[in-house]
Design a protein around this ligand. Structure first.
Ligand SMILES: N[C@@H](CCC(=O)N[C@@H](CS)C(=O)NCC(=O)O)C(=O)O
Length: 197
């Protein structure tokens, strides 16, 4: 399997955790987002969406991190990412979607570029926007989380990078710290990636 990834991309980080957690070997192919490599026609011929991650497996290219994770879970043995009980599965999917649908798109590179250019925001303005959606999303999660799961860690890495105050989210922080003791998470983190600069 080949994973198109960027070391700081939290959506790629989710898939790296899943691959490591299930003990699956893969070849990483770095796609540099600040350099705009994801928008090059070469990459778009692989993933028409022009986003990372993308996973090549058996001659097919899969996109969208949550779809990739569910695919890996369905075809590979090893520890399960989704629980067996349908209610528990719905819970985990809801939790993942708080991050993937309610927070991440609002803070994505192209969103930040767009608001910065269109509304003439300086770096601090964009960072405030970023922190606002982290705070709102993490608040949702903190109330939702009497239980836990895996998309959380990459989003917390982003929150730390943007100096968001995490004190109001003790459950989120506790789960993050617990996960970061596991090898699958440690090896998937941005600083351990071959394309890290
Ligand atoms: N919903 C997609 C999001 C993918 C995505 O937006 N990835 C970011 C990196 S974390 C990206 O490629 N951004 C490029 C851009 O915004 O121009 C997924 O979960 O895979």
């Amino acid at each position: 399997m080949k994973l198109y990834t960027f070391f700081r991309s939290s959506a790629s980080f989710r898939v790296r955790i899943a691959l490591n957690y299930k003990g699956l070997k893969y070849e990483p192919a770095g796609v540099n987002l600040p350099k705009g490599e994801h928008l090059d026609s070469d990459y778009k011929s692989i993933n028409v969406q022009g986003l990372v991650p993308a996973l090549e497996d058996g001659g097919r290219v899969l996109s969208q991190s949550l779809a990739i994770m569910e695919y890996l879970d369905e075809i590979h043995p090893g520890p399960k990412l989704l629980p067996a009980d349908p209610l528990d599965r719905a819970y985990v999917r809801a939790l993942s979607q708080i991050i993937a649908c309610e927070i991440h798109p609002l803070n994505n590179l192209r969103t930040r570029k767009y608001i910065s250019k269109t509304y003439k925001l300086d770096e601090e303005g964009v960072n405030n926007w970023y922190r606002h959606w982290i705070a709102e999303g993490f608040q949702m999660m903190e109330s939702f989380l009497a239980r836990e799961r895996k998309c959380l860690v990459p989003q917390v890495f982003n929150a730390i990078a943007y100096k968001c105050d995490l004190k109001p989210y003790p459950t989120v922080t506790r789960i993050h710290e617990t996960c970061m003791k596991l090898e699958a998470f440690i090896q998937a983190q941005p600083s351990k990636q071959p394309d890290a600069v």
